[in-house]
Design a protein. Structure first.
Ligand code: PLP
Length: 391
């Protein structure tokens, strides 16, 4: 049976270049912190990888900004937020306010909820229809009961594909609270829409390798020079002092090398990959419309993610039936598929509980072809026909 992988927002198939880079780095097995020649060779490879990933984010060659490698996007998001919370001596009665969007990934919402339990105020900005409510944000900033120390907005929502106006949101935050750290979880926007940390106004920013055709095991956290200079974020992973002390632990050079290779490929081919996915999405929309399958469509979104509703069917049932046909999608987001919780992102979008139960996420990559979309649409058509016969 031919497989049709349409779950690229969960993870992606590693590219040939990424796998080759990984194998080469594995053979060059020195520890980058060792000071003999084997270690020096590994340190050189690590530095090259850092430059490559930095270039993919549009960072100037000799900037004082930092790019640190971590193990995953979740770790990068946690280091940024917890590092900000721990950065300054805080008033225990009013330690500060954290602002995030409603429907952030659990790796942002989780640490934010943790800090809320410690006494921080937490504000979630509504995202109805896939749009950050900037009027709500303006009011929240005006009425905050303590200074905003951290504002975390994702660039692209992992369940709906909504592309948020984080630039505008961050500028509103900075106008009122210049010392607040503006953090962008750009995991789902990386290599899907052009941006740099500066173009978004992000002080700190997260990207993850396994969403861009590298294997799991590496990610990056960008920290602006100004944020470091003002000590608005501090290191929260003490240990051997790797990654400039920001993230102790011997670097996973194999996965970092694969990450860099995928980042370079993605950077070079960004425009053509985007064009291909845009065309595939047009075709997907056409086929879904013919089957009268509606979508939870954000007013502004990337073409890679389609949140589709198969009415009157539970998403797990459809997902399993499609899987039996070799078509792989996910219900809501793969990251929360094992928790019984309702999808906060779909709820924040305004999807009714019934429609959320019937929602599937189809996520495209430039590695997909029309035949993958056909396999999905034909599979859905058969599933709907079988259902009609049963009724
Ligand atoms: N942020 C977003 C928006 C995501 O979609 C994900 C993963 O799906 C993450 C963060 C976490 O990334 P990782 O899987 O590398 O921990």
């Amino acid at each position: 049976m031919r497989e049709h992988y349409l779950d690229n927002s969960a993870t992606t198939r590693p590219s040939e270049a990424a796998l080759t880079a990984m194998t080469e780095a594995a053979a060059d097995w020195g520890n980058p912190s060792s000071v003999h020649s084997l270690g020096n060779a590994a340190a050189k490879r690590l530095a090259d990888c850092r430059n490559t990933v930095a270039r993919s984010l549009g960072l100037p060659r000799f900037s004082q900004d930092r790019l640190i490698f971590t193990s995953c996007g979740t770790e990068s998001n946690n280091i940024a937020m917890l590092g900000c919370a721990r950065a300054k001596k805080r008033n225990p009665d009013h330690p500060g306010t954290i602002v995030i969007s409603a429907g952030e990934h659990p790796s942002i919402d989780g640490p934010a909820s943790l800090l809320e339990k410690e006494g921080y105020s937490l504000v979630r900005v509504p995202t109805s229809g896939g749009v950050l409510d900037l009027d709500f944000l303006t009011d929240a900033l005006a009425n905050a009961d303590s200074p905003v120390i951290f504002a975390g907005f994702m660039l692209v929502n992992n369940e709906t594909g909504a592309l948020y106006d984080v630039k505008k949101a961050f500028s509103l935050v900075k106008a009122k609270f210049p010392d607040a750290v503006t953090h962008c979880d750009a995991v789902q926007g990386y290599m899907k829409t052009p941006f740099t940390p500066a173009s978004l106004g992000a002080d700190t920013l997260t990207v993850s390798a396994h969403k861009i055709h590298a294997p799991r095991g590496a990610a990056a956290l960008y920290l602006s020079a100004e944020t470091i200079k003002r000590k608005n974020v501090v290191a929260v992973m003490p240990g051997g002092g790797q990654e400039g002390g920001w993230r102790s632990g011997t670097e996973n050079l194999c996965c970092i090398a694969a990450f860099a290779a995928a980042a370079e490929e993605g950077r070079v081919h960004l425009a053509e990959n985007l064009e291909k996915v845009t065309e595939l999405r047009r075709y997907l929309d056409e086929r879904l419309a013919a089957l009268e399958i509606p979508q939870n469509r954000p007013s502004s979104g990337i073409p890679h993610i389609a949140s589709i509703v198969v009415p009157k069917m539970r998403s797990e049932t459809v997902l399993n039936a499609l899987s039996g046909k070799g078509v792989y999608v996910s219900a809501g987001s793969a990251c929360s598929a094992h928790s019984k919780k309702k999808s906060a992102a779909l709820e924040a979008f305004g999807v009714s509980p019934d429609a959320a139960d019937s929602t599937l996420r189809v996520s495209l990559s430039h590695t997909n072809e029309r035949e993958d979309v056909d396999a999905l649409a034909d599979g859905l058509c058969e599933i709907l026909r079988t259902l009609q016969k049963k009724r």
